[in-house]
Design a protein around this ligand. Structure first.
Ligand code: ADP
Length: 261
């Protein structure tokens, strides 16, 4: 509540009225809190790899290490952490670009059958490197929708990327797409490690990762932003996303997008 006294021009000490402006600041406070939490999280997330890089660089510079093998191992760590830092910055920029343009989203024509086939091609080498069979059941002639073509593909790439990351070697990942009641349904299903029930509600939060130790054992070095980006793209397309998952059995992410007439 903002209050302002109204005073007489010739006698400013005399109050003749009170103007009160009531504004709903709870919403503003909430947004401010989300923003400051985000900045704190970003700083923390960026600092972790930087601290590690810094530490190993300092050690290498101190010339205490004689053997080449140890040096190479340290350089590998610096390399991996630098790549992770790059991914983090890319993801943060993507997320903020999507958020900032919620009101002026590109209205390109998206042809889902073609776009999904392209995603499958893009992800094939990554799947092959883990001996994962990446298959698809995509209806041809799915109706066109409007939106940002790159983001549409990014949304599915992130889901397939996760499916591959969290599925042990030799597993299966499938992309399915069909129409049902004026909705385009896209399903990315894997038979990987699955997600514990207690983590499902928080999965799409920024920087939320199920269990760092578990992710580390899968050598993935993720950013915890992949699904937050997916959620924002789904929202920009006025859609919804659901997840079904069972630990050690696999997961399935279902995107439901309304198709305008
Ligand atoms: P990350 O960069 O850690 O992969 P995401 O936002 O993409 O971040 O995912 C959040 C968390 O959800 C991951 O850390 C992972 O534990 C879990 N997750 C996402 N997709 C899958 C999947 N297909 N199978 C199992 N766990 C998953």
């Amino acid at each position: 509540i903002h209050s302002n006294k109204i005073t007489l021009e010739d006698d400013p000490t005399k109050t003749i009225g009170l103007v009160t402006l009531i504004e709903d600041i709870t919403e503003i406070r909430k947004l401010e809190k989300i923003r400051s939490d985000f900045v704190a999280n970003v700083s923390h997330e960026l600092k972790t790899p930087l601290t590690s890089i810094n530490g190993f660089v300092e050690t290498l510079k101190s010339k205490d290490i004689e053997d080449e093998e140890t040096k190479d191992r340290f350089l590998d760590i610096i390399d991996i952490e630098t790549q992770r830092l790059t991914r983090l910055i890319d993801d943060i920029l993507t997320l903020s670009a999507i958020e900032n343009s919620q009101h002026k989203i590109l209205k390109q024509e998206i042809y889902p059958s073609e776009a999904l086939k392209e995603v499958q091609e893009i992800m094939k080498p990554i799947a092959i490197s883990k001996e994962i069979s990446l298959t698809s059941m995509i209806d041809s002639n799915l109706p066109m929708l409007y939106g940002d073509r790159d983001w549409f593909k990014q949304m599915v790439i992130n889901l397939v990327d996760n499916a591959i990351k969290y599925t042990p070697n030799g597993g299966k990942v499938q992309i399915t797409a069909y129409m049902r009641h004026k909705n385009l349904i896209i399903i990315v299903k894997d038979n990987g490690i699955g997600i514990p029930k207690k983590d499902l509600p928080r999965l799409f939060e920024r920087f939320y990762r199920v269990d760092k130790a578990r992710s580390r054992s899968y050598k993935v070095g993720g950013t915890g932003l992949g699904l937050a980006i997916v959620k924002h793209i789904v929202l920009s397309l006025k859609g919804r996303i659901k997840v079904n998952s069972q630990q050690d059995k696999g997961s399935e992410f279902i995107v439901i997008l309304p198709i305008e007439e």
